[in-house]
Design a protein around this ligand. Structure first.
Ligand SMILES: [Zn+2]
Length: 247
């Protein structure tokens, strides 16, 4: 019966690659050109924020090298990783997930995320999604960070703490804003509603895209003030070139 319904659904909504628009054999799949257009991030990278170094060997033989921005202004979280570069190609995938009601992609995203920081996930006590203000949740119908956290939690067995960190004000969209404007935007936007749920715990903050890190820092500040032992950040994508920081 399921086969009949999914066959019917495929007739009405034929599965297409979200990157190329061409037909694929099932929903949640990419075409071959779509796959090869994506940039998956790998070592060598900054051991703090995961920014890939420009060429192999740039980090030397020592894997504990930080990039210049992390040395100049260390983030408030303990480290960040993302499987995918945010660029012209992955943008379609992320925006489709964020605004276009494509939650069917979430399991695949979680699988990619699970592969990029297995050590952190093995040690983590809880996954904390970056919260949306209820007003934005109302208009968007779902919080993409919560969907990612739930899928990652299901895959790894790490519990999700969805109501520990909350957003007190509906911050305006960060799209196209400078790092300073983003910092001001999110200052005071988050608070920890249940400090006992984060105290002395190793947490992984979950978001869809790491751009300037302003949101992650604002969240990490509150979680650490409430007593979190560590706060790592995992996102689906991260900006690698500042010219891509338009989301
Ligand atoms: Zn870095």
């Amino acid at each position: 019966m399921d086969g009949i319904w999914s066959g019917l659904a495929d007739l009405i909504w034929p599965p297409v690659c979200p990157l190329t628009g061409t037909r694929v054999s099932g929903h949640g799949l990419l075409s071959e050109p779509g796959w090869s257009a994506l940039t998956f991030l790998d070592a060598p990278c900054c051991h703090v924020c995961g920014l890939p170094f420009a060429y192999p060997g740039a980090s030397g033989s020592d894997s504990l090298h930080a990039c210049a921005p992390c040395l100049a202004r260390p983030p408030l979280h303990d480290g960040a990783r993302a499987p995918l570069a945010y660029d012209d190609h992955s943008r379609g995938l992320v925006l489709g997930f964020k605004h276009g009601g494509r939650p069917e992609w979430v399991d695949r995203f979680a699988a990619w995320m699970a592969m990029c920081a297995p050590d952190w996930l093995a040690e983590a006590d809880a996954l904390v999604p970056v919260p949306l203000h209820w007003r934005r949740l109302w208009s968007r119908r779902y919080n993409q960070s919560l969907l990612l956290a739930r899928a990652l939690g299901q895959r790894t067995g790490v519990p999700v703490e969805a109501d520990s960190l909350l957003r007190r004000k509906p911050t305006p969209s960060q799209a196209g804003q400078s790092a300073g404007a983003r910092r001001r935007n999110v200052a005071g936007a988050f608070f920890v509603a249940r400090p006992e749920s984060v105290r002395d715990r190793q947490l992984i903050l979950i978001d869809d895209v790491l751009t300037t890190g302003a949101t992650a820092n604002a969240c990490a500040r509150q979680l650490k003030r409430a007593g979190a032992k560590s706060v790592y950040l995992m996102t689906l994508c991260r900006v690698v070139r500042t010219s891509d920081a338009t989301i």
